[in-house]
Design a protein around this ligand. Structure first.
Ligand SMILES: Cc1cc2nc3c(=O)[nH]c(=O)nc-3n(C[C@H](O)[C@H](O)[C@H](O)COP(=O)(O)O)c2cc1C
Length: 398
């Protein structure tokens, strides 16, 4: 499975003759399993119609910054947060100049300025425009700020000139952006992640569970894989598909999850407990479906094992990262957990937000460790997972 699988890519199209090549790029990105949203400049629309990109990407094309309707749905800030990567292909000399100068005078430049996602730029222009010292200065400014420049290639140009400035082909762009998600910060490290909810049986057809969708845990597992780790995922019931390079074991209850985790834990360097494990389970599990008879019934609950605490308490324990889903006093509760369970790190996130936490594609988090803390603002779960794994890798290797 490609590292682009499930990644959110904003594809910026600017007003160059090579804009038609980006139709193939959308197809190649979709073939890799990426989610693509296209943003076009005004000039780009003179070269190619948005409808083609809409049909190929499966999403409406974003054309205007000052559009009240678009702003309510996927405006520049939403797009900036949604993106795991922004690719501009083709990138005109003009767009590179505007980006280098930090301008925010259309949707594409504004969202680039507003986004923390990495930026990859595929220049496409006449060879004289490309070799012009101003363009080269702009290229250098963008590189110094962390942008990745893809190409350009040399060869015959649409204007008849021969030289450097041709946009890379779609396959070459895909080949060069895929490694941007494969950072190798955890190369050779073995990571075990738990994800999803647990189900605690009441009888053969009923259970107690919670709203965890598994999205955060699966995103963490994917991010660890992309960072070069070998990843074991122990998953509660959820409808997600893990990368086929992740070794996944499905479980139902907290007790089963604990059993599988403890089976693997000796071979693990980092344990990241993302699963929303039920704290309690019914004391009695009825062998048969409980019939509806009495007006009232009580279910006696007993405490489930604390999987994270049981791992953190081992004599030869891995680096332990916990997740704290809180609805109030986020930091205070997370700090108590960090200390009580003697964790190396805790990721606290609010699960009572209307757009964030359980089930959402977005999340924010406060990460706390003995010597400090870091706040990650609301962003896509896959981007947050990449940032969290990077932070975990930094602390693990210290
Ligand atoms: C026919 C034609 C082809 C063009 N091709 C390119 C090109 O390949 N690269 C480039 O940098 N500019 C090219 N330009 C100039 C840009 O379209 C122009 O600089 C425009 O302002 C770019 O706007 P944008 O960067 O907002 O998309 C071309 C202009 C015309 C009329």
């Amino acid at each position: 499975m490609s590292f682009l699988h499930n990644k959110n890519i904003v594809l910026g199209i600017t007003g160059g003759i090579a804009a038609y090549k980006s139709l193939s790029l959308v197809r190649r990105l979709k073939d890799q399993g990426a989610n693509v949203r296209v943003v076009m400049t005004d000039a780009a629309q003179e070269f190619i119609r948005p409808l083609s990109f809409q049909a190929l990407s499966g999403n409406a094309v974003h054309l205007s910054l000052l559009d009240a309707e678009a702003e309510a749905a996927m405006g520049h800030i939403e797009l900036a947060r949604w993106a795991d990567l922004i690719v501009i292909a083709p990138a005109t000399a003009n767009s590179m100049a505007r980006l280098a100068n930090g301008q925010a005078d259309d949707l594409l430049t504004t969202l680039c300025l507003a986004s923390k996602a990495p930026l990859a730029i595929a220049p496409a222009m006449n060879q004289a425009m490309w070799s012009n010292s101003v363009t080269q200065q702009n290229r250098q400014t963008l590189v110094d700020r962390g942008a990745v420049i893809l190409g350009p290639a040399s060869g015959e140009q649409a204007c008849g000139d021969v030289g450097e400035g041709r946009m890379l082909e779609a396959d070459e762009i895909v080949e060069q952006i895929e490694p941007l998600f494969n950072l190798q910060a955890l190369s050779g490290v073995r990571v075990l992640v738990t994800a999803g909810p647990t189900r605690e049986a009441i009888d053969p057809v009923r259970y107690i569970s919670n709203h965890s969708s598994g999205k955060m845990g699966y995103a963490i597992a994917q991010a660890a894989l992309e960072a070069g780790a070998s990843v074991e995922l122990v998953s509660g019931p959820c409808a997600l598909v893990a990368n086929d390079r992740i070794s996944r074991t499905d479980v139902e209850s907290a007790k089963e999850m604990q059993q599988v985790v403890l089976q693997h834990i000796e071979q693990v360097d980092i344990f990241i407990a993302v699963a929303a494990v039920a704290d309690y389970r019914p004391k009695q599990v009825s062998g048969q479906k409980i019939k509806k008879q009495a007006d009232k019934m009580n279910i006696e609950l007993i405490k489930n094992p604390d999987i994270l605490a049981s791992v953190a308490g081992l004599q030869h324990r891995p680096f332990c990262v916990g997740f704290a889903a809180e609805t109030e006093k986020l930091e205070q509760h997370a700090r108590l957990k960090l200390e009580a369970k003697q964790l190396d790190m805790i990721v606290a996130n609010r699960v009572d937000q209307s757009d964030g936490g359980f089930n959402s594609d977005y999340n924010s988090a406060t990460v706390i460790w003995a010597g400090g803390q870091h706040v990650f603002e609301k962003t896509s779960k896959s981007r947050l997972a990449t940032d969290l794994v990077r932070l975990i890798a930094e602390h693990y290797t210290i």
